[in-house]
Design a protein around this ligand. Structure first.
Ligand code: ZN
Length: 230
C-alpha cells in the first residue's frame, strides 16, 4: 500500500475503529472483518476432506452431484450465526466475499472440477430491497480464488417466497419446487457448475435449483455454502 494511502487508512482506523464481526473486539492493524482469534476458533467443518460428509448426505438419493461442502457449522446463538446475519441483513458484502475466498481455498484443495459459479438467486424484488444478493458476494469470493466466472443470468427466482424457517422439510421442498427458472441460453450445459448459498439446512433450495438444471441437460453439479445447520 502506498505510504499516503497507508497513513489515510491508519487515520480512518483511529477515527472509525472496525470490530470483529464474530466477537465484537476492536480489530488491530492487519485484521479484516474477523479477528485472528475468531478466525482460528471458528467451527470449521472440514467437509471438503470427506466425500461422504453431512452436506453430501443431504443429497444422497435426491440429486446427483460431484461435490458438496460447507465451511462452518451453524448453531443458534453462535459466532457463525452473527456472521451470517451480517452478510444477510447488515449489508456486509465484504464479509461475504471474504468467507467466499475461504471456501475457495478449501475447494482448491479438493481438485473438484468447477468451470462456472452460480449463486442461488434472490427474487428481484427482494434483491432490490436488500440492495445485493449475499450469495453473489460469497460466489465472488470463491470465483476470485478459483479464477472462474460467476453467472447470475442463467438461474432466476420467479416466485418471491416468504420465510422458510418454520416449515417442515417436506413442505419446504414442495414450496421450493418451480420457484426458479432458467433464463439464459443453454450453451453452458456442459460446464461443471458450482451452486453457492449462505446456509444449508435441508438442502431444499439447492436441490430445487439442481433439479431444474439437471432437467435441462446440465450434468455436472456441485454445491458449497458458508454454513451447515444440523
Ligand atoms: Zn473475533
Amino acid at each position: 500500500m502506498p505510504f499516503i494511502q497507508q497513513i489515510t487508512s491508519d487515520f480512518l482506523h483511529l477515527l472509525f475503529p472496525e470490530h470483529c464481526n464474530a466477537c465484537g473486539v476492536q480489530l488491530v492493524h492487519g485484521e479484516k472483518q474477523i479477528c485472528i482469534r475468531c478466525l482460528y476458533d471458528l467451527p470449521y467443518t472440514d467437509f471438503h476432506l470427506f466425500a461422504d460428509n453431512p452436506v453430501a448426505r443431504l443429497f444422497w438419493g435426491r440429486m446427483p452431484f460431484q461435490g458438496a461442502m460447507s465451511l462452518l457449522y451453524f448453531r443458534k446463538g453462535s459466532k457463525v450465526q452473527d456472521l451470517i446475519h451480517r452478510i444477510k441483513y447488515n449489508g456486509n458484502t465484504e464479509l461475504g466475499f471474504m468467507l467466499g475466498c475461504m471456501i475457495g481455498e478449501k475447494i482448491l484443495l479438493t481438485g473438484q472440477k468447477t468451470e462456472l459459479i452460480i449463486p442461488i438467486p434472490l427474487h428481484r424484488l427482494k434483491e432490490r430491497k436488500r440492495g445485493y444478493n449475499q450469495s453473489k458476494c460469497i460466489a465472488d469470493g470463491i470465483a476470485k480464488v478459483l479464477q472462474l466466472p460467476v453467472n447470475t443470468k442463467l438461474l432466476t427466482r420467479k416466485i418471491n417466497t416468504g420465510t422458510q424457517t418454520k416449515r417442515s422439510r417436506y413442505n419446504r421442498f414442495e414450496n421450493m419446487e418451480y420457484i426458479f427458472r432458467i433464463s439464459q441460453s443453454l450453451s453452458l450445459k456442459h460446464k461443471a457448475i458450482l451452486l453457492v448459498d449462505d446456509v444449508i439446512t435441508t438442502g431444499a433450495t439447492l436441490e430445487s435449483c439442481g433439479h431444474l438444471l439437471l432437467a435441462n441437460g446440465f450434468e455436472n453439479l456441485s454445491v458449497a455454502t458458508v454454513a451447515y445447520a444440523e
